[in-house]
Design a binder for this molecule. Sequence first.
Ligand code: JD8
Length: 392
Amino acid sequence: MRLDYLTIFPDYLAPLRLSLPGKAVESGLLELHVHDLRTWTHDRHRTVDDTPYGGGAGMVMKPEPWGEAFAALEVAPTDTIVFTTPSGQPFDQRLAEELSGRDRLVFACGRYEGIDQRVVEHARDIAEVREISLGDYVLNGGEVAALAITEAVVRLLPGFMGNAESLVEESHADSTGGLLEYPVYTKPPVWQGREVPAVLRSGDHGAVARWRHEQARRRTAERRPDLLAPSALDDGTPIERAVPADAGELLTLQRACWMQEAEANPGAYIPALHESLEDVQAWLREWDTYVVRRAGRLVAAVRGRVEGPEGTAWDIGRIMVAPDLQGQGLGRVLLEHIEAVAPATVTTYLLFTGEGSLRNQRMYRKAGYRLRSDLPAPPGAVILTKPRRQDS
Ligand code: JD8
């Protein structure tokens, strides 16, 4: 990847050579070029700014130096010019991942009150343009944003992070379902009388994975509930996290749904039909559970939790759709949703249904699940599993 920076303060970008990118440059992964915009001025004061048309405080950056700079840098249509500006698209991990796929980024770092708008219009004629903001606060120029965006993008370049694995479990990464990071610890086991959580020293990978996912979920709910923003059905109906108050309706819905399974599986013991309200309240505390409400009525739900000795299995269950709303694809959407929110450590989806629940089995097979007669299933039930696609 080639990175060019246009600025009137080239020294402001000296950190580029210090931290991460330095190594990437040596390894040829990255090419960095910092340019002083005044190079493309022709008066003895090397003027890059002038008074704003329409009046007002401050100065505006003149268009001519930018136009000449883009020409001198031979900016091509395959390149991406990034204007860092407080009025830009908010920068986030998804945008970092998108920009990490580009061959060349040209950062236009403004100062003063900003850059003459015709520069942005001209840039759109010669290349892809992204106007990006680092966040909802005001800086004095675009260089800091260019530095931050560079670090977030370059560390995603294949082969750059010594340990690509560590990219997987990061906050905001798609792979963590967008959850914040879980708390981390290292030696000593006790510090200032504070102990490292015992589960982390247990060697039980499954328990560690469950604890970490629970911590990440709790932290996200406390600090960034916006990241837990529900996804939605095709008609925009939100899929929301269940809350303890949903227990009663969940009990009612599961009894209605598993009555049908009982008819399809005569003689089978079906736990969902024997659970009390307290049982539902209890499993709501242990499982990631999502519900769908239409006009205030709880009409569908699904749950998931980490399973297995290594914590790599995502046990999916209690996919329930109100009998009067079945056959509309709600179950399929809930299955896709619960798969999507599985933590990064998960490599296999697992679920079970009644031996006689042929309609369910058809839906699961269509969704890529396979019957696993090699795995121990509860009496009268079958287990189905599906490997997780690495890009999901
Ligand atoms: C570029 C000039 C200063 C901004 C008058 C203060 C990004 N998240 C962000 N906050 N601020 C910037 C940013 C600020 C800039 C320039 C980016 C060029 N300024 C201006 C408008 C109000 N002064 C930014 N990315």
